[in-house]
Design a binder for this molecule. Structure first.
Ligand SMILES: C[S@@+](CC[C@H](N)C(=O)[O-])C[C@H]1O[C@@H](n2cnc3c(N)ncnc32)[C@H](O)[C@@H]1O
Length: 242
């Protein structure tokens, strides 16, 4: 906090003319940690987690390496490169056996699988989030150059032996149908599913806000987190107030 965009660029050695984020309001948010790996290890305090949920700040790039304009416009926080995400020492803070739930945008499925492998997990399955309107129909307000996306994927991977889900997992369908809230906010239904199917201790990476029974990590993982941009009327603050 407190650092303005120009200062951040100078500190990061970014040529202002080449700054792909110059139109974004990401600097309203705390800047990314300069040493995310050390920060993650410090948060773990020597514990190894049986379950990790992660929703990384993916960077969307086209073939020429440029950030796609629709994502430039929509991004509300700093992003991390694929290499930086892969380099996070997740294996080091994972128990054996352990479960990983990893959100990945449809366009970045191959990258999601790479991250899962880099973190020491093997892909098993996924849970699909179908974004629906109040009347239950698909909510088509999302982006999509080829198709209008109304789903997102929560990849599920495991590490170690005897890593099956807990008994409720066997009757848990791999679908969440719920309404969208603010930009990139994931559905709260995920927590009940994960808590029933996977053991603790539990860590949420790139969390916004805190959650009882979970260790949280991320540069917006504080108790009084609220979205700082215009959002849908149906958002997490409004739902919490209902
Ligand atoms: C996709 S959002 C997570 C959304 C969250 N799962 C939710 O449902 O609201 C990614 C988060 O990662 C945070 N972030 C970005 N760069 C980071 C970094 N270098 N270290 C830690 N957190 C970072 C962003 O501020 C944002 O809160």
């Amino acid at each position: 906090m407190g650092e303005d965009r120009a200062e951040h660029r100078v500190r990061s050695g970014i040529d202002p003319a080449a700054d792909p984020y110059q139109d974004l309001d990401m600097f309203q948010q705390p800047p990314p940690s300069s040493d995310a790996a050390a920060d993650l290890i410090a948060t773990a305090r020597g514990r190894r987690f049986g379950t990790i949920l992660a929703d990384p700040p993916w960077q969307f790039q086209n073939r020429t390496g440029k950030v796609a304009p629709e994502h430039k416009r929509l991004n509300r926080y700093g992003t991390m490169t694929l290499d930086d995400i892969c380099a996070l020492p997740v294996a080091q803070i994972s128990a054996e056996p352990a479960h990983l739930y990893l959100w990945v945008p449809n366009a970045l499925l191959p990258e999601g699988l790479r991250v899962m492998e880099a973190w020491g997990y093997r892909y098993i399955s996924n849970i699909v989030w179908h974004k629906v309107r109040k009347d239950g129909g698909s909510d088509g307000r999302g982006v999509g150059f080829y198709f209008r996306n109304v789903t997102e994927l929560l990849l599920f991977g495991v590490r170690g032996k005897n890593a099956r889900t807990l008994p409720p997992g066997r009757s848990q369908v791999n679908l969440i149908a719920s309404r969208k809230r603010e930009h990139s906010r994931k559905p709260d239904e995920q927590y009940r599913i994960i808590e029933e199917c996977s053991w603790g201790p539990r860590l949420e990476m790139f969390s916004r806000g805190t959650r009882r029974g979970w260790t949280v990590w991320g540069n917006q993982a504080d108790e009084d987190y609220k979205p700082s941009w215009d959002t849908y009327g149906y958002n997490s603050a409004a739902v919490a107030a209902e």
